[in-house]
Design a protein around this ligand. Sequence first.
Ligand SMILES: [Zn+2]
Ligand SMILES: [Zn+2]
Length: 269
Amino acid sequence: MTTYLCKACGTQYPPAGEPPGACPICEDPRQYVPHDEGQVWVSWDEFVDDHEAEVRDDHGILGIGCTPSFAIGQRALLVRSAAGNVLWDCIPYLDDELAGRIAAEGGLGAIAVSHPHYYSSMVEWARAFACPIYIHEAERKWVMRADPAVRFWSGERQALGGGLTLIRCGGHFEGGQVLHWAEPGALLAGDIVQVIPDRRYVSFMYSYPNLIPLPASKIEALAAALEPFPFEAIYGAWWDRVIERDGSGVVRRSADRYLRAIAEPGLSS
Ligand SMILES: [Zn+2]
Ligand SMILES: [Zn+2]
């Protein structure tokens, strides 16, 4: 028995004698089954043998990824709060050396993952550090490897201590969540709030790969959910996708721009 990972999205499935029949996360319109190679599975051992951890500072927070890049290619962030360490978002990769490195940083008190595209190997991580995983209950059906470590929360906000608050933003996923860190004033956003290449704006989509936008009501709700929480920096899902200043203003201006674009095409700048 081994576990298998979906090569396109990086989701780890429960231990089994053979790969799952399909990956529901990739069959959902917010992801995709690759046109050329179809659904491909990679066994855990094969994946770990072919990759290694990449751990380095990313604009003041310790980033954790793997190389070569695998699946969606996001990096996680190790948030060192006064109440303990929280792993924000997750990656498919984990090995003993990486677990030892994280243990040397104080281990993990909790894991929180923005949305199903980054659930990846979160159960593997939670077992290594005997910690809970905070997921919004609206995403229950997307947890492909069930485990007692998964703690479904309900409502609009969940405090984690140490000035950390999970905020349900919805949008890309109904239970899409971001992590607000009061001091130093940062929003860890995954791709619920997407940092775009110019670092002057963010954007929001129902499906990024399939270019399906969100309706005005969802954009307004997302902006309203973030309004009470001031922040300067916005940390996106990938290495160096970071906006360093005026994050609250960036989100407000970006939501306004988006609403103009879907109401009056051509008048979006
Ligand atoms: Zn998949
Ligand atoms: Zn996503």
